[in-house]
Every structure is written in C-alpha cells, then in structure tokens.
Design a binder for this molecule. Structure first.
Ligand code: THU
Length: 129
C-alpha cells in the first residue's frame, strides 16, 4: 500500500483545484501490479471538473490495462474522504465488489472499505452478458 500512498500524495500536490481548494490524489493498482495516479482537475466551468479517481482510471486504461485490483484516495482531511457516486460507478467498470479502497488523509490511512460497501447492488459490465 505504501507505493499507492506515495503516488497519491504526489498526485494530490499536482491537483488543479483553484475553486474548491480541495486537493485530492488517487492511485490504482492494475492487473499486472503497475500503479497509475490521478488528481482532480477543476475548470472555470464547474461541471467540467474531473475527479482524481477518474484521472487515475484514464491513466490506467491509457497504459493498456483493464483491471483495478486496489485503490487509494488521499484528501486533505480531517473528514474521511470517499469517492463520489460517479467515481464509484466508474471504478465498477474495471473492478469487482471486493475491490479494496483505502481512504487516506495527509497523516496516512484512515479506513479501508470495499467497492461493494460504497456501491451496493451495482450495475456493471456483467449486465450485458
Ligand atoms: N474530488 C475528487 O477528486 N475525488 C473525490 O473522491 C471527492 C471529490 C474532487 C472534486 C472537486 O474537484 C473537489 O474534490 C471538491 O469536490
């Protein structure tokens, strides 16, 4: 988990969040053990902003990978940060219910949950047979 935390912290420092001032970093482990990071990228047209998890997923797919085996998100704290609803669904595309999502603050790990806990009875690729 240390490699994911290190990458996510680096990502967090690169966030473009001039509007919310809420910097987030995310890191994902792929099916071959490689890791990919992302940060939130906000926009003057607010709805066009991108979450850190979405950026990390785009990096994983752009690297030719298709599975997420572990996820870590780091936010500014002190509240435990969790992926937004849209990002839960985006993660679901590439991960199973048992995906571990490590929720971290600047001081390190706060809590580990699963995607199934955050997105119960999810709609996913299996619905297409
Ligand atoms: N944000 C993320 O990037 N990931 C999360 O898990 C929660 C929220 C971003 C979106 C926006 O740029 C800022 O945090 C405030 O909502």
């Amino acid at each position: 988990m240390d490699d994911l935390l290190h990458l996510a912290r680096t990502m967090m420092m690169r966030a473009h969040a001039p509007y919310s001032k809420f910097h987030v970093g995310a890191a994902l482990r792929d099916e071959d053990g490689g890791i990919h990071g992302g940060c939130n990228v906000e926009n003057a047209a607010y709805p066009q902003g991108i979450c850190a998890e979405a950026g990390a997923l785009a990096a994983l797919v752009a690297a030719g990978k298709r599975r997420v085996l572990e996820c870590l998100v780091v936010g500014p704290g002190p509240e435990v940060i969790t992926p937004c609803g849209g990002c839960r669904q985006k993660l679901r595309e590439f991960a199973a219910d048992d995906l571990k999502i490590h929720l971290c603050g600047p001081d390190g790990l706060h809590r580990t949950v699963t995607l199934g806990m955050l997105l119960p009875m999810s709609f996913g690729p299996q619905h297409f047979g």
